[in-house]
Write a protein that binds this ligand. Structure first.
Ligand SMILES: [Zn+2]
Length: 270
């Protein structure tokens, strides 16, 4: 078996999406693909990061079916918090730490803000400082129209997008038995930049409307569903591109476009 990503000999299997994205006890029927050491390890470092970005989003507020995942997420935050004292290398770090703790003691988003400020002060907080490099306060409205205080923050977009590009390759492999060695164009519909052009918005809408929950594949649709389709040229004979659509937590929608012109044929059949 060869790796879904690079076609080197596979050394194990990896879940797409990662197992940790699903609720414990609801992990039957998950998709897995063969993977080499490099592409297994590289990705597992990103799994927790991306899961934390998604689960920190205010867009998931009120999704009770995800409660067990929020618990896991909060435990990860707390663990990161508990590790911080061990990372304070000097008296100066310690003072900064106390100052930040005091500043946010009554804040609704104290955890994330503290991680952010610690990271900015050069105090390593591991994963979660990265998560929250540049935050700002925001007010959103919940389903009942009540104001909710929240924060939004910039995150490592490249790392985030690469994670989902790998995921699209994994889904493509699962459906076709081909490793996609070419380029992947990712449309992260739920994270479209505000300054996106009209064209970008139109394309995003076009593809995001193609994914229909009821028709999509996936054993646990509260967490994940997807479909893989093709777009043909005007003669209806040639495949122009493969379209991998997926949705996480019933909220975050993505499309990955695999253009036929970037298709790289396997050197040998599987
Ligand atoms: Zn590989």
């Amino acid at each position: 078996m060869s790796c879904y990503y690079c076609e080197k000999p596979a050394t194990g299997m990896e879940h797409v999406p990662p197992q940790s994205f699903f609720i414990k006890g609801q992990r039957d029927g998950l998709i897995s693909v063969p993977s080499c050491d490099v592409h297994n390890q590289q990705k597992s470092k990103d799994d927790e990061y991306v899961r934390a970005v998604l689960l920190s989003s205010a867009k998931l507020d009120g999704k009770e079916q995800l409660a067990p995942l929020f618990e896991v997420h909060l435990r990860a935050l707390n663990r990161a918090g508990e590790q911080i004292p061990g990372r304070l290398k000097s008296e100066e770090d310690f003072q900064k730490f106390l100052e930040i703790a005091e500043k946010f003691k009554d804040d609704h988003a104290a955890g994330m803000k503290s991680f952010s400020e610690l990271a900015q002060a050069g105090i390593g907080t591991g994963l979660l400082g990265l998560l929250s490099v540049d935050y700002r306060d925001e007010v959103i409205f919940d389903n009942d129209g009540n104001e909710q205080q929240t924060i939004s923050y910039a995150f490592d977009t490249k790392r985030f997008n690469n994670f989902f590009k790998s995921m699209a390759k994994g889904l493509f492999f699962h459906e076709s038995d081909w490793a996609w060695l070419g380029k992947v164009v990712l449309l992260p519909h739920s994270f479209l930049r505000e300054e996106a052009s009209e064209d970008e918005k139109f394309i995003s809408k076009h593809y995001s409307s193609q994914l229909v929950r009821d028709d999509a594949k996936g054993e646990h649709k509260d967490v994940f569903y997807y479909d893989v389709g093709t777009e043909l040229d005007s003669s209806g004979k040639e495949i122009l591109r493969y379209v991998v659509n997926f949705c996480l937590y019933d909220t975050f929608e993505f499309t990955a476009l695999l253009e036929s012109k970037y298709f790289v044929a396997s050197p040998e059949p599987r």
